[in-house]
Design a protein around this ligand. Sequence first.
Ligand code: WQD
Length: 336
Amino acid sequence: MAILVTGGAGFIGSHTVVELIQAGKEVVIVDNFSNSKPEVLNRIEKITGIRPILYQADLLDKPAIDKIFEEQNIEAVIHFAGFKAVGESVQKPLEYYHNNITGTLMLCQSMREHGCKKIVFSSSATVYGMNNPVPFKEGMPTSATNPYGYTKVMIEQILSDLYVADKEWSVILLRYFNPIGAHESGLIGEDPNGIPNNLLPYIAQVAIGKLPCLSVFGDDYDTVDGTGVRDYIHVVDLALGHLKAIDYSLSHTGVEAINLGTGNGTSVLQILHAFEKACGHSINYKIAPRRAGDIASCYADASKAKEMLDWEATRTIEDMCRTGWNFISKNPNGLE
Ligand code: WQD
């Protein structure tokens, strides 16, 4: 019996595949390489000694997805595949809704037709929107401020309705906070296409000299130093959370939303200085206007994951910056 990982060549997907393999699971990856590279498969093999089965396919191509279920004995799915750039989603709403929503519908239809009713979904803290108080807790109302966020809210609803219609389903909605860092080996890590949207890959590219200066989006928020506060979580801690979630899913039915965060908030300037310690030199930055859609503070109430999955994040901000710096130092031009 195998675990199908959609988007398994991506940043979080690849780290999760490594932990699944090292926990003895058989893994099948489906990825269209729209935001990842085939080289990741070589890196996963170098780390684990095992090369997962790969299907290069798009979730919109249902016959291709059906082929996977016909050829492989899939017992559960971890669903990462989707577009995820907030700003881009505002410019390209139709592409985001079609790719993320229709792709998920094709996947779930194929799962249902082949009797596979266990799914762990890559959701996001972005579903807590701008009106909930921190720390964010799973029972809070969800909303969005951009098409990317709406795809996460809508897919959580679709999967919840699937369980209401058929109680044999197991649905786990993992709400990630801000995943950063890299595997200790430095063989896999965050390798975005083009100019990074997110803070840490941008800081890393300034640190290595690929970009000249970080723009800090606002220093007038009601936070410890005026800059945005987020709940940064080590990507390996996040991957281990998926392992716990899939094991829970295999022995339960129902729908559960679960935060995967540390419960701690760190500001932009605090993480910038932590990265300076990791790389051993100062990082050039300037204060810039706030970014539209940003909230001041976002961090998790992480108690449900501990209670339900016996999981908690253990890696520190220093671990996240050290491993992130190690990855980009070893891969200055990304995975080639
Ligand atoms: C973090 C902080 C920025 C860049 C988003 C999505 C979330 C998930 C992670 C996909 C904020 C500040 C950033 C920069 C900056 N996406 N910043 N200069 O916005 O918390 O979350 O990415 O899985 O769903 O919502 O992450 O890294 O973009 O920003 O000052 O060049 O860094 O204002 O305070 P965010 P981020």
